[in-house]
Write a protein that binds this ligand. Structure first.
Ligand SMILES: Nc1nc2c(ncn2[C@@H]2O[C@H](COP(=O)(O)OP(=O)(O)OP(=O)(O)O)[C@@H](O)[C@H]2O)c(=O)[nH]1
Ligand SMILES: [Mg+2]
Length: 427
């Protein structure tokens, strides 16, 4: 990885391989290959051919059987491919074996995803997080012949210590980098933590928009709050959370956060590295789970999202399920079926502004169910509380009376304990 003299070779022509292990994995290999094609195209490698193969059990050397492996190598070389991409994860040893035997660049879905994240990362925190995930991924793979896809992964040789092999020196450098990235992340995260604390001090409830990549999460935040976040027909456009406030028709306020999208087989290192970013989902009062109904794989995508949420410890939250892109849904039967299956879900098209008003009303309902209506009388010296109620958009009516300030409205759970003592009506 750090032999800088090796100029990065560009790989251009890939053969994609999906492996079905009999009796394992409910995912359809062909569908996964379609998705892998999108992922590989995103890193600007041409997909020449996809191949689905079935094996009885994984083998340690090549993951698939040796006979099949040599057939594939021969085929790939004959066709002039320079890269083989596996949908399944290869162990560092398997990856090395493949590269040694074939002389081609052999990678897996995880590495492709890491590469996409790296190319998308813009903010300091995202760059550090992706950098960390990549370093952790490459540490056991340092002896590979190919250590990069389209981009050079930084580096630079350091002097080898006495008695140290090149590999040991490289490993030391990567470990040092991991440590340094962790240190720098800690600083950046402390800043984010301060921002979040400041936000949480405001008694405004919050919701996080979560879901598979490219389903329309950023578009939803844009249409509801009038924000101007980049929304594109590409995978993993958003890596950093953005929070905007919206005032709902009832007057209640809600903080909405757009988050990074998920994908099947998301590298564990990435989830780990993005945990701090995804914290936004964990601390939110509820989640808005967006799905793309026009995808034939919509249900699988939903399951993936719920799995990642579970890993983050956010699966117990209340979730409002939103099926987006109904304009592009070709299959009327699927729409009906999902409507029957998810009677509490919203079905919308952001593109056609269809169902958005109803969705916003649902957000209001959700907040109002949490909030309780009450009448209060505050002494004149408790303007601090009155101001917090205003900040949260709880106040329906306010009147200065002789004995204090009368207020009624829907009070959010966060504020209730603070104002309970001033409630009228026999409390
Ligand atoms: N047909 C259709 N396309 C939509 C709709 N809503 C969003 N899109 C498109 O879907 C694509 C993805 O939208 P984004 O808002 O970027 O999706 P995202 O979930 O934020 O994606 P990532 O940040 O990449 O995970 C964009 O090209 C949008 O224009 C819709 O209702 N109908
Ligand atoms: Mg987005």
């Amino acid at each position: 990885m750090f032999e800088v003299s090796d100029k990065p070779k560009m790989v251009e022509r890939a053969l994609l391989i999906g492996v079905h292990v009999i009796g394992q994995g409910a995912d359809n290999v062909d569908n996964l290959l379609v998705e892998l094609t999108d992922l590989v195209n995103t890193v600007e490698i041409g997909v020449m051919e996809t191949m689905a193969i079935t094996i009885r059990k994984p083998h340690s050397h090549f993951y698939i059987g040796k006979g099949k492996a040599y057939d594939i190598i021969e085929h790939a070389k004959a066709q002039g491919y320079d890269c083989i991409v596996f949908d399944d994860s290869l162990t560092p040893a398997q990856q090395r074996n493949w590269e040694k035997e074939s002389g081609l660049c052999v990678i897996d879905r995880q590495e492709v995803i890491l590469d996409i994240f790296a190319s998308r990362a813009q903010t300091k925190e995202a760059v550090l997080q992706v950098g960390l995930a990549r370093m952790v991924y490459s540490l056991p793979r340092l002896t590979r012949a190919w250590t990069h896809l389209s981009r050079q992964r930084g580096g630079g040789t350091k002097m080898r210590g006495q008695g140290e092999t090149q590999l040991e020196a490289d490993q030391r450098i990567v470990r040092d980098r991991i440590a340094s990235l962790k240190r720098r992340l800690k600083i950046v995260r402390a800043q984010r933590g301060t921002q979040r604390k400041r936000r949480m001090k405001k008694p405004v409830p919050s919701a996080a928009i979560v879901g598979y990549t490219n389903v329309g999460k950023s578009s939803l935040l844009n249409i509801i709050t009038g924000a101007d976040i980049l929304a594109e027909d590409k995978l993993f456009v958003t890596l950093d959370p953005t929070t905007r406030q919206v005032i709902l028709p009832s007057g209640l306020k809600l903080l909405l956060t757009d988050t990074v999208g998920f994908v099947r087989k998301l590298p564990h290192n990435l989830v780990e590295a993005f945990k701090a970013t995804l914290e936004e989902a964990v601390v939110a009062d509820f989640l808005i789970h967006v799905l793309d109904i026009s995808s034939p794989e919509v249900e699988k995508h939903g399951e993936t999202t719920l799995e990642v949420l579970k890993e983050l410890g956010a699966d117990e939250k209340r979730i409002l399920t939103v099926f987006n892109k109904i304009d592009a849904c070709q299959d009327a039967f699927a729409l009906q079926r999902l409507q029957a299956q998810f009677p509490d879900a919203e079905f919308i098209s952001i593109l056609n502004n269809d169902g958005i008003e109803q969705l916003v009303r649902r957000l209001d309902d959700l907040l109002e169910t949490d909030s309780t209506f009450g009448e209060y009388l505050f002494p004149f010296d408790r303007y601090d509380l009155i101001s917090q109620l205003h900040q949260a958009g709880c106040v329906k009516e306010e009147e200065a009376r002789e004995e204090g300030v009368y207020i009624n409205g829907f009070i959010t759970p966060a504020l209730r304990p603070k104002v309970d003592a001033y409630q009228l009506n026999g409390r």
